[in-house]
Design a protein around this ligand. Sequence first.
Ligand code: NAD
Length: 258
Amino acid sequence: MKKNRNILIAGEAGFIGTHLFETLIQENNYIEIIDNFNQCYYSGKEENLASITQNYEILKDYKVIKVDLLDKSIYGKIADEIDIIFHLAAHAGVQYSMLNAVQVTRNNIGGFVNLLEFVRKKGIKKLVYASSSTVYGNPIYTPVDEDHPKNSICPYGLSKLCGEIYADYFFREYSIPITSLRFYSVYGPRGRPDMVAGKFFDLVLQNKELMIYGDGEQLRDFTYISDIINGLILASEKRESSGQAFNLGWSNPKVLIN
Ligand SMILES: NC(=O)c1ccc[n+]([C@@H]2O[C@H](COP(=O)([O-])OP(=O)(O)OC[C@H]3O[C@@H](n4cnc5c(N)ncnc54)[C@H](O)[C@@H]3O)[C@@H](O)[C@H]2O)c1
C-alpha cells in the first residue's frame, strides 16, 4: 500500500505523542516511533504506548525504536525515507527540572542536537519542534505574543528556548525547514499525572480537597489535546511556517491553582 507520508515521532510514548500517533496512523501514513521510555517523572509509558499501538497492529505500518536520542546509534536505526519529523522528546516537568537541572539540560538540548545532526545528513521535508510557553517566564504583558521577552524561570524553559535557537540555526545555516510551537499547558485523556489538570481530576474523583498554591489568582492558558494535534499537523504541512516559532494555546486563561 502506498503511504501518504513517512513520519518519525520522537518522544512518541508520552502524552502528546500517543495522540499524534493515533491521528496520523489513521491517515494512511507510515510511522517510526522513537522513545527511551524513561521513568523520570512518571512511569508506565511502554504499557501506555502498547495499549494504543495494539489497535493498529493489523496495518503493520509503524515501527517502535527503543533508543535514547542522545545515542549516536539513532543514525543507523531510522529509515532513510523519512519525510516529516515531530520532535516531542524531552524531560518536560517544570518542578522536575528545578531538582535535576543538569540532567534536563543534557537530555533536552543534547537529544535535539543529535537529531538535528541526523537530519542535516539525511535531509527531510519538515521538522516540527515542541517548545513551550515556559520560554516566556512570568508575563510582562498579556496576551503574550511571540515577541514577548524570553525570561524563563526554570531549567526546563531554558532548555526549550535553547532548542528553538538551535532550530533557527539549522534553518539559517542548513536550510532545514523547522517550525517551533510553544504549547500552553495541554490537557486531555492520558494527560501527564504530574500536571495540574490530571492531578485535579484524580483528586475530584477521589472526593479529596484540591491543593491551592499561592493566592489562587494566577492565570494560565490550558489547551485541549486535539487542538495541539491539529496545530502540529498544520505546521508540518505548511512549508512557509519554517524558521518561525508560534504560540499554540487557547487564549482563554483560567485561574491557576498550581
Ligand atoms: N504537556 C504539556 O502541557 C506541554 C506543554 C509545553 C510543551 N510540551 C512539550 O511537548 C512535548 C511532549 O510533552 P508530553 O506532555 O507528551 O511529555 P511526556 O513526558 O509525556 O512525553 C515525552 C516523551 O519523550 C520521551 N523522551 C524523553 N527524553 C528522551 C530521550 N532522550 N530519548 C528518547 N525519548 C525521550 C519520554 O520517554 C516520553 O515518552 C515535550 O517536548 C514537552 O516539552 C508539553
